[in-house]
Design a protein around this ligand. Sequence first.
Ligand SMILES: Cc1ncc(COP(=O)(O)O)c(C=O)c1O
Length: 392
Amino acid sequence: MSDERHYHPKTLAVRAGSEASAHREHSEALFLTSSFTFDSAAQGAAIFAREEKGYLYARVANPTVAMFERRYAALEGAEAAMGVASGMSAIFTTCMALLSAGDRVVCAREVFGSTYVLFEQLLPRWGIVVDFVALSDLDGWREALSRPATMVLVETPSNPTLEVVDLAALAEIVHAAGALLVVDNAFCTPAVQRPIAHGADLTVTSATKFVDGQGRILGGVIAGREEMIRGPILTLARSTGPTMSAFNAWVLLKSLETLPVRMAAHCDHAEAVAAALAARGDLVTVTYPGLPTYRHRDVVARQMERGGALITFDVGSRERAMTLVDRLQLFSRTANLGDARSIVTHPATTTHSRMTPEARAAAGVSEGLVRLAIGLEDPRDLVMDLHRALDG
Ligand SMILES: Cc1ncc(COP(=O)(O)O)c(C=O)c1O
């Protein structure tokens, strides 16, 4: 598709990045091959030397993965993207490519459990200094970045507390300190939030979630400037192999076609469910970025098109939360999110169970917190299931 900049997201989702083979297929082809042949020894040498363009080995690049990467980059408003094996692989690959021993990273305190373990336990083993800051506290970020830092990582909205940070304000602070801003966009996808337009240098996104949208496969994607993606990130990736499989790329490429319409339905349904929960008045908290009562409503209005599909509420204790999870009949009990099927999760005992109770409390993951990932079922049925479970 020529000059994609003029098209709207729904068009890009369906059309961007396609490249037909010599057979002129309409739907994108799945290239299940681990390597590519050369017409001659000289051509092999030229492709390896980058004097001639061409595929050589699937750990480095594959046409199906490349189509997914171009389409995703177009949606994210990024110059380039790289597909990898999972969301964690996107975060880890980014860190390994851009950080060295002695560097300092500042990470938001409210992040997914595995991200917390990576930053709190693993990166320090390689001599990387890590500090944590409360996500929405801009003064905290200013203070933390008054000392040298190489990178900042945030999730906005955060998993599971649904805190947000003003991305444009944070980007200014991060860039004044000479650091890079990396934003985990798993909860929104570019259909709801485009962090690069608000100053982020890179996005890292679990494609396992809403990008796939049907709970089938693992995937991750890093998006940002060409010089970073095709430079240090590709250099690291081609020598360490966090590669996205061609099959998964093909599934995700097809999924992107429906991403804007699916996300709109997810958000419609989540709005209805959040309003019904908030109207009950008997829950300790109901948090949804799309509710008029949401505490950072102004930030949401500036950088998110909708409230997303995640809702949390607090029922007061671990015991009550576990009972509620068991009573739900329509919601699936699983630790994933971003599926057509609505999901209920108790973060303290699942996604965030590897954090200490103190770290969980500091990150706002209370024992009574329940996370809902709203799917594509009729929201009236979801509301009925929740009322029935809450009323016992
Ligand atoms: C915000 C966030 N980032 C990253 C990940 C990791 O993604 P993956 O499971 O694809 O590795 C998750 C998984 O739940 C997540 O919620």
